[in-house]
Design a protein around this ligand. Structure first.
Ligand code: MG
Length: 159
């Protein structure tokens, strides 16, 4: 078996009154992401982890934020396309794990829905997808609720 691992990291700024979409799930909150796409920082980090594992560049290379094609796009579509790209190269997704750093709201109630949404977009079983959430104890930009950061790792393999 040919195993590869990849890492992804993304940040988006928060602003009052915008929709908050994380891991493919709309989450009720007073603030949401300022972004060219829907700003789904969790999916973007996962896409970069998958692309990194396959050494296929990054999300900005495949889906440039200067292109109108991707304005306001549902990031689940980007994740579907990344998974399809990997399949085309002969890779299957072993597992994905991500950590969301966000002060509030508490994300626990949405974690399973995020896992399901991202697994569905990648075309894999839900037990291959892990989502974790943490605050930064009010430290840094995440703690001040100026933005959200997500790091992700992915393992992919060729038989
Ligand atoms: Mg992004």
């Amino acid at each position: 078996m040919d195993f590869r691992i990849g890492h992804g990291y993304d940040v988006h700024a928060l602003a009052e009154g915008l929709p908050l979409v994380l891991g493919g799930v709309r989450i009720p909150h007073t603030a949401g992401f300022v972004a060219h796409s829907d700003g789904d920082v969790a999916i973007h980090a996962v896409c970069d982890a998958l692309l990194g594992a396959a050494a296929l560049g990054d999300i900005g290379l495949h889906f440039p934020d200067t292109s109108d094609d991707f304005a306001g796009i549902d990031s689940r579509i980007l994740l579907q396309r990344v998974a399809a790209l990997l399949r085309k190269q002969g890779y299957a997704v072993g597992n994905v794990d991500c950590t969301i750093r966000m002060q509030q709201p508490k994300l626990r109630p949405y974690v399973d829905a995020m896992r399901a949404a991202m697994a569905d977009a990648m075309g894999v079983e839900v037990d291959r997808v892990s989502v974790k959430a943490t605050t930064t104890e009010r430290l840094g930009f995440e703690g001040r609720e100026e933005g959200v950061s997500v790091s992700a790792v992915a393992l992919i393999y060729k038989k």
